[in-house]
Design a protein around this ligand. Structure first.
Ligand SMILES: Cc1cc2nc3c(=O)[nH]c(=O)nc-3n(C[C@H](O)[C@H](O)[C@H](O)COP(=O)(O)OP(=O)(O)OC[C@H]3O[C@@H](n4cnc5c(N)ncnc54)[C@H](O)[C@@H]3O)c2cc1C
Length: 374
């Protein structure tokens, strides 16, 4: 690999010299931040540094749910967090989705407004109708939409699930093609003169009053401003960030699959959806919180076994299926279930800790971060 010091005049002038804004990380947040910066600074030189040959965190590994809160997840959040924080985060997720659809064309990312169902197993207590009324009241305050959540007693029967008592339908959630989202964001960056350098690992940075000196695996460069969008990998700079690995699997095609839509279970710790005639199924981090506090992109038999078990026992009890493959991605969590969007000093800012909601929240974090540094 050629270090920055051996680059040509042309290469330096485009990638490494005179940068107004340098962004670390080409995930949803880094790319959205770049696009928002471009709106505010039409002539600025904006460069993204990404250490992977692909974005390598969570943004191309996730389940692609455009979700802002299933009833059991919200009940769980309300039991652990301050009520206002819970609804602020829901509101931020909804704003994020609006921002996302401003940045990319829904059809290009295969957006499907399919709704979601939070399924309640036979051994679980159903939610009270008062609680569903409360959720609807709160959602109507945020969105002006009435009856976002309703109980649906038939979806699990139509879908052929076993051992399910009932389900709660959320008509405003949906699904996207995660890979196409990143491709579209990259395409917009390219059209708008934002350069992305893949294979450049940022090692450290030092800021002075007027600029930031950035040390990378390819050498040093200077930038007027630096935006850190490395999510779980920002833990070396900020203390309240923990990596949280999430594992998923995907089946081979299943002829005549009757399951359509996005589904949550057990306070959002499990989630599945159809992708054409396949099922993508993820979750199980709650089986081993400690073991999943890692940045290693592995899968474990303990969690994969549970996913296969739930698939066979609950989701596809009467349908033969084969697992095609499994993967993992790395999310970031902390003491609070909300992102960190903050300035470190005059010319360095962070937009990190997206939890399991970066698809929904990432574009709005990008906007906030751009405003903060601008
Ligand atoms: C399995 C799974 C399922 C999920 N499902 C959903 C879902 O359905 N809906 C939802 O809303 N959210 C979901 N999420 C969460 C969502 O994917 C994340 O919140 C979101 O992708 C975070 O985006 P990001 O840009 O902040 O971080 P990332 O996508 O992790 O991007 C950070 C980037 O920074 C780069 N980087 C790190 N350190 C350096 C360095 N030193 N130098 C250069 N580059 C660096 C990394 O390579 C990476 O590409 C899921 C996550 C996982 C793992």
């Amino acid at each position: 690999m050629i270090p920055f010091s051996n680059l040509s005049y042309w290469e330096r002038s485009i990638y490494t010299e005179g940068n107004d804004f340098t962004i670390i990380g080409a995930g949803i947040v880094g790319l959205s931040t770049a696009l928002h910066l471009r709106k505010a600074h039409p002539k600025a030189k904006i460069v993204i540094l990404e250490r992977g040959y692909l974005p390598t965190g969570a943004s191309t590994k996730n389940a692609g749910f455009t979700c802002f809160g299933s009833p059991t997840e919200l009940r769980d959040d309300l039991s652990k967090m301050n009520e206002n924080s819970v609804w602020d985060t829901v509101s931020m997720r909804l704003d994020g989705l609006r921002e996302l659809f401003e940045l990319v064309d829904q059809t290009q990312i295969e957006y499907d407004a399919c709704g979601s169902w939070d399924i309640i197993r036979s051994e679980e207590e159903p939610l009270s109708s008062d609680f569903i009324d409360y959720l609807n009241e709160k959602l109507s305050e945020i969105t002006n939409e009435k009856l976002v959540y309703i109980e649906d007693k038939t979806k699990h029967l139509e879908s052929g699930f076993k051992g399910i008592r009932t389900a709660y339908y959320n008509r405003l959630e949906g699904a996207i093609h995660t890979g196409k989202l990143i491709v579209e964001l990259q395409r917009s960056c390219s059209i708008q003169g934002i350069q992305i350098l893949f294979g450049v690992n940022v090692l450290s940075f030092d800021s002075s009053d007027t600029s930031v000196e950035i040390a990378t695996s390819m050498g040093r460069l200077k930038s007027a401003n630096l935006l850190v969008c490395t999510n779980a990998f920002a833990k070396e700079f900020l203390s309240d960030i923990q990596p949280a690995r999430a594992q998923v699997l995907i089946t081979k095609e299943i002829p005549n699959l009757t399951i359509k839509g996005t589904f949550h279970m057990e306070a959002g710790y499990y989630y599945f959806r159809n992708i054409g005639n396949r099922i993508l199924f993820g979750g199980g981090r709650n089986l081993d919180f400690l073991g999943e506090t890692t940045t290693e992109f592995d899968t474990t038999e303990r969690i994969q076994e549970k996913l296969r078990h739930y698939l066979k026992e609950i989701i596809l009890p009467n349908t033969p299926f084969e697992i095609d493959y499994a993967w993992s991605g790395i999310m970031a969590v902390g003491s609070e279930k909300k992102p960190i969007v903050q300035k470190m000093n005059k010319n360095v800012a962070f937009g990190v800790r997206m939890g399991g909601m970066g698809v929904a929240i990432g574009a709005s974090v990008g906007k906030q971060l751009s405003n903060l540094i601008s």
